[in-house]
Design a protein around this ligand. Sequence first.
Ligand code: CP
Length: 313
Amino acid sequence: METRTAIKWTKKNLLGIEDLEAAEISAILEQAHSFKSVLERTIPKVPPLRGKTIVMLFCEPSTRTRASFELAAKRLSADTMNFATSTSSFLKGETLKDTARNIEAMKVDMIVIRHGCSGAPHFLSNCVNASVINAGDGMHEHPTQALLDVYTIKEKLGRIKELKVSIIGDIAHSRVARSNILALKKLGAEVTICGPKTLIPKDAEKMGVKVTYEISEALKDADAINILRIQRERQNEALLPSLREYASRFGITTEILRKYARKEVLIMHPGPINRGIEISQDVADSEFSVILDQVTNGVAVRMATLFLISMVK
Ligand code: CP
């Protein structure tokens, strides 16, 4: 990791990577680096968020993000409250705005929200005084996933600038892809996206990425590859002949890597993994896979996010 850059953090909310300057991304990564050492202590807990209350408002399923935010908040000594739509008055027709304002009336400081609608965190940030953190909104952004991804690349390869990173899979429906592209480009990486034509956004080049429909091109010279799953839940029409066909053309296997990739290419995946479709069993568990390191780093990155936001009045 490089030396610290001193910046004054001023963001009350984290709604997307789009809103962040490169220096702000670097500030989160540096703060995360110091929290990672806290997590390696015998007692992995520090007091800066003592007295703060953080609500996890998850209106879509999540394993990693929800658990990671909750653990991050607890490691910083905050109180946490979990809120799942399946057991709430959403089911009785209460709106997101009313739900959030009722939660806020219980004197909470931050709301971490995941929602199926793009823009829900932005809407919420205009309804409440509490800080709002986007934990994934529709097909729009998943900022902390991108932050933990760039943290992991930097941790493993020492830098981001001028690295070649390929994002492979269902780019069109992926908030992870969008946030990753924004973060990687802001930090100076060269980004290639690859997938079937139907799963690549039409104006993708406007984001400053190279587009290819050939897996050999995406793998050639890549320092890291980030493999995405097919997001069937966000597709309204049949965009692929079959998952089997997708796996045979775009699935990352040992054989494909041997044929086209650099030997030590970093293998990344945000999860959840569909083994045997976008990634084979042996690649997911290979020595160059950093998939579980991404999960570990997610806690430190989310601690950094909560901590920096808590400093803003
Ligand atoms: N990567 C990610 O967002 O995983 P979850 O859906 O399990 O939170």
